[in-house]
Write a protein that binds this ligand. Structure first.
Ligand code: HSE
Length: 309
């Protein structure tokens, strides 16, 4: 058993417009890193966190990396002592799956240190526990794609039924992160508790269309299906000029765009890399006009999920 290990877990786009809480995918970069070291004394200790400006809790059971390791150790009945160093490359409250990536990187590392007793699928519930600490809801649409890679459907939560979607390679994702912060718990609180029959019908059509479009692949069908009538109409009020962003990205040849997870990051999907870069420029300029600085990341879809470095 190695004593110390470093792992990386990628950023994720949850919801992908029409798949609220049931669909997500991961990108190659950016992502969070964790260094885990086994120690002789009992207890989980977070020794350092880089890149969070001192804002994340160092108390292990309040931090997603610590909670993920704790859930893992309890499941195997171990009281092994562990030190965690967390390197946050993902901005907090960004909608890029920041809390999930820290938990997933820690899980992949501890699993490796213990000789991989669990498959990636089996670790999803541990990572979901960490999400519950972060935002009050144990949703899986960030942790599952960060662990498994690719596009992932959470067909059911009870019992958990995770389906990896066979997606043809060739899609590019642009993430544009405006320097605004939205807490997932707050972005969830504003949603309506019920949906109308009309909304359910539209949403079902789009999610089915998106699944088929991704698998064929049929870029026109993907483009027509990237619509959300449940969360985005409510959450988009937090993002200045959201409708204009959508129109401009499509006009430039992007397949479509939406709010990444609970926002405020915008994701765009494109079938051509140069368009993915152009979409990033368009959205960045849009935010500039609203006096909002933003960071742009262009990446292929990630197909492997978190990895040991
Ligand atoms: N599905 C979750 C939400 C993702 O939209 O609230 C949070 O990143």
């Amino acid at each position: 058993m190695s004593k110390s290990i470093r792992a990386f877990a990628p950023a994720t786009v949850a919801n992908v417009c029409c798949g609220f809480d049931i669909l997500g995918f991961s990108v190659d970069a950016p992502g969070d890193e964790v260094v885990l070291t086994l120690k002789d004394e009992m207890g989980i200790v977070i020794t350092s966190i880089e890149g969070d400006d001192g804002r994340l809790p160092k108390e292990a059971l309040k931090n997603t990396a610590g909670v993920a390791v704790d859930s893992f150790l309890r499941s195997i009945g171990s009281n092994q002592g562990v030190e965690i160093e967390l390197i946050k490359n993902l901005p907090l409250g960004s909608g890029m799956g920041s809390s999930a990536a820290s938990g997933v990187a820690a899980l992949v590392a501890i699993n490796q240190l213990f000789g991989n007793p669990y498959t990636r699928e089996q670790m999803i519930p541990f990572a979901m526990e960490a999400e519950r600490i972060a935002c009050g809801a144990a949703h899986a649409d960030n942790v599952a794609p960060s662990l498994l890679g690719g596009f992932v459907l959470i067909r059911d939560y009870n019992p958990l039924d995770i389906v990896k979607i066979p997606v043809a390679k060739g899609l590019f994702c642009t993430l544009i992160h405006p320097h605004l912060e939205l807490k997932t718990a707050d972005s969830r609180r504003v949603l309506k508790p019920t949906v109308s029959l009309k909304e359910a019908i539209i949403q079902s059509g789009n999610i089915a269309g998106l699944m088929i479009g991704l698998m064929k692949p049929d870029y026109s069908l993907i483009s027509r299906s990237l619509k959300d009538v449940i969360a985005e109409p409510i959450r988009s009020v937090f993002i200045p000029g959201f409708d204009l962003i959508r129109e401009s990205v499509k006009a430039a040849g992007g397949l479509g765009c939406g709010i990444s997870g609970s926002g405020p990051t915008i994701f765009c999907l494109s079938g051509i890399e140069s368009i993915a870069h152009q979409a990033g420029e368009i959205v960045k300029q849009h935010f500039d006009k609203h006096q909002l600085q933003s960071d742009v990341f262009v990446s292929e879809i990630n197909y492997e999920g978190a990895k040991i470095l």
